[in-house]
Design a protein around this ligand. Structure first.
Ligand code: RFL
Ligand code: PHB
Length: 396
């Protein structure tokens, strides 16, 4: 079997790339290790930057997002159990965020793939990426008990942090940058009405976040020790801990209820460079991870796909390889911007086990500086809502 592009991984990065390539009539195959239901069951991101909204619209998969997603024009920072600072993102930048669950976007992308008749194989085992530095790259895998091979021009490694694509780049050819954080996030979903705006809170008991999925579905997080297990956290314990970390007036407005999902995620910053090796291109979490505090992970996956799809289209339509050659450098510019911002928000809002009084005072001063300076708020707002693309997608 032969195709132009093999996409390894059918998460948001892989499926969005597939959708854009389909519209450009570029043949491709998507290989996903898990089942469709497994991918759809993972509860992850919730907030899209405006640039991501534009890419999703231009890709023709925004009908439900535009109908059901909620535009948000501000986020709140809270600290010390008393201060609440609204960062008026729209007023400061002219742009806003969209609250729309990753699960919903993933569903929309799978539905589009069904309509497109995309070659999308679930439960593809033992995927291996071969000969990407030659003229004849190919991907091998097992599917329905049979060994399969697909020859291609390019491989798009969209298989997340634990995938095989990054590992196909010899260690001597890549550099990895990493920071792990000494705590995790315990997240719950509850079928209760969310607060009208996101609230990120810094408290001596630790970080907390109030977020949203839809008018009757809320997402909340608290910072927890990395060794904790979900069984350590009854719903009651979760709600009382969240409430203790919020200013009273905010805590009073949180509507509690039974959790329908509960999970603990570690926090990590990670970048692998370069994002290209021969005819293999990495996109999304396969090349980089950010702690969720800046809400950037999914947005970086979307921005990589915007740049990579544009480069592939320029190559196949016009024989222009300049964008493919520039992909890694251009993508990494945005990646490091989001890595820095997510690290900054994480450092500003969490309690670190080894924090000294000096560190503590710096955190307090940074928060009060933000409260007193419109320039500081504007800087945070433009990074939170996302830096616009130099070449934004064209809406049809
Ligand atoms: P994914 O979603 O991990 O998808 C990769 C896919 O590849 C498959 N795969 C393989 N397929 C074939 N062969 C193999 N050998 C394979 N190995 C793996 C996997 O099964 C999977 O389906 O990566 P992708 O597409 O790059 O998307 C990245 C995003 O999922 C991720 O960055 C975000 O979820 C991060 N994130 C957030 N991002 C935001 O922009 N805003 C947020 O508000 C936000 N909140 C979050 C988050 C991530 C979280 N967790 C749990 C990590 C909140 C949390 C708690
Ligand atoms: C979420 O809704 O899951 C969410 C929102 C904002 C973040 C991280 C996660 O920074």
């Amino acid at each position: 079997m032969r195709t132009k592009v093999v996409i390894v991984g059918g998460g948001p990065a892989g499926m969005l790339l597939s959708q854009i390539l389909h519209r450009a009539e570029i043949d491709h195959v998507v290989l996903e290790r898990q089942t469709r239901n497994y991918v759809l069951g993972r509860i992850r991101a919730g907030i899209l930057e405006w640039s991501s909204v534009e890419v999703i619209r231009a890709a023709g998969v925004s009908t439900r997002m535009d109908a059901e997603g909620e535009a948000h024009d501000l986020v709140n920072l809270a600290w010390g159990g008393e201060h609440v600072l609204p960062i008026r993102v729209k007023e400061l930048t002219g742009r806003q965020m969209m609250a729309y669950g990753q699960t919903e976007l993933q569903q929309d992308l799978y539905n589009a793939a069904d309509d497109n008749g995309t070659s999308l194989l679930f439960s593809a085992d033992d995927v291996a990426v071969n000969d990407v530095t030659t003229e004849s790259p190919h991907v091998t895998f097992r599917h329905n008990g049979a060994d399969e091979r697909i020859d291609c021009d390019y491989v798009a490694g969209c298989d997340g942090f634990h995938g095989v694509s990054r590992a196909a780049i010899p260690e001597a050819e890549r550099t990895e940058y990493e920071r792990t954080y000494p705590f995790g996030w315990l997240g719950i979903l509850s079928e209760t009405p969310p607060l009208p705006h996101l609230v990120y809170t810094n408290h001596e008991r630790g970080f907390g976040l109030c977020s949203t999925r839809n008018p009757m579905l809320s997402r909340y997080y608290v910072q927890c020790p990395i060794e904790d297990h979900v069984d350590d956290w009854s719903d009651d314990r979760f709600w009382s801990e969240l409430s203790a970390r919020l200013p009273g007036e905010v805590a009073d407005r949180v509507v509690t209820g039974p959790s329908i999902e509960k999970s603990i995620a570690p926090l990590r910053s990670f970048v692998a460079e370069p994002m290209r090796y021969g005819n293999l291109f990495l996109a999304g979490d396969s090349a980089h991870i950010v702690p969720p505090t800046g809400a950037k992970g999914l947005n970086l996956a979307v921005s990589d796909v915007h740049l990579l799809s544009r480069a592939l289209i320029a190559h196949y339509r016009d024989g222009d390889t300049a964008h493919l050659d520039g992909y890694s450098g251009e993508a990494l510019e945005r990646v490091w911007g989001s890595v820095r911002f997510s690290w900054w928000m994480t450092t500003l809002l969490h309690r670190f086990p080894d924090m000294t009084d000096f560190d503590q005072r710096l955190q307090e001063r940074e928060l009060s500086y933000l409260a007193s300076s419109t320039a500081a708020q504007a800087s945070m707002a433009e990074q939170y809502v996302g830096i616009p693309f130099a070449n934004p997608p064209e809406e049809e």
